[in-house]
Design a protein around this ligand. Structure first.
Ligand code: 4NP
Length: 168
């Protein structure tokens, strides 16, 4: 498959029930705002999320993630967990992972001829002291609002970069 067929954004974490669905929901909402405001990005830009592990396939996001997102106006309820698959490397141009462990796993899974970009999502939030979105699954409930803070910043950074590319 040629490089020209790659587009869109895939968010990846471990279980696809906490961080990456949060990133998908926030990014989708912010993208829709920019499209409605007449920005340079296509309305049909593919956006999805998945996990490197298959433990939660078919499940809704974690109830704590949905509640924290809902408090900021993001609806994660329609999302269902799935696992990273081979086809993703022939579909998505930008693969954004939440932590170094995800980065190693996705790089290991990628075909040698993957023509897109795999990187830490927080590369797009350069002012932050952390490079990884911490896994909130076994932590306190306020971990989910910290995830949202980081994901909102990185979503804005990524959208700004995609807009720059679209207008070049
Ligand atoms: P996520 O969080 O990778 O942000 O979805 C986790 C969800 C589930 C598990 C670990 C992390 N788990 O061990 O089941």
């Amino acid at each position: 498959m040629s490089e020209a067929t790659l587009s869109g954004v895939l968010f990846v974490c471990l279980g696809n029930i906490c961080r990456s669905p949060t990133a998908e929901g926030v990014f989708r909402a912010r993208l829709a705002e920019r499209v409605a405001a007449g920005g340079a990005l296509p309305e049909l830009l593919p956006v999805d999320s998945c996990g490197t592990a298959g433990w939660h396939i078919g499940k809704s996001p974690d109830a704590r993630a949905m509640a924290a997102a809902s408090a900021r106006g993001y609806d994660l309820a329609p999302l269902r967990a799935r696992q990273l698959q081979w086809q993703d490397f022939y579909t998505f141009e930008h693969i954004l992972v939440m932590d170094e462990s995800n980065l190693a796993d996705v790089r290991d899974a990628a075909p040698l001829d993957y023509a897109g970009d795999i990187r830490l999502f927080l590369d797009y939030a350069p002012g932050q002291p952390v490079r990884e979105v911490p896994d909130p699954y076994y932590g306190r409930d306020d971990g989910f609002s910290h995830v949202l803070d980081l994901v909102e910043l990185a979503s804005e950074g990524l959208l700004a970069e995609l807009e720059r590319r679209a207008t070049r």
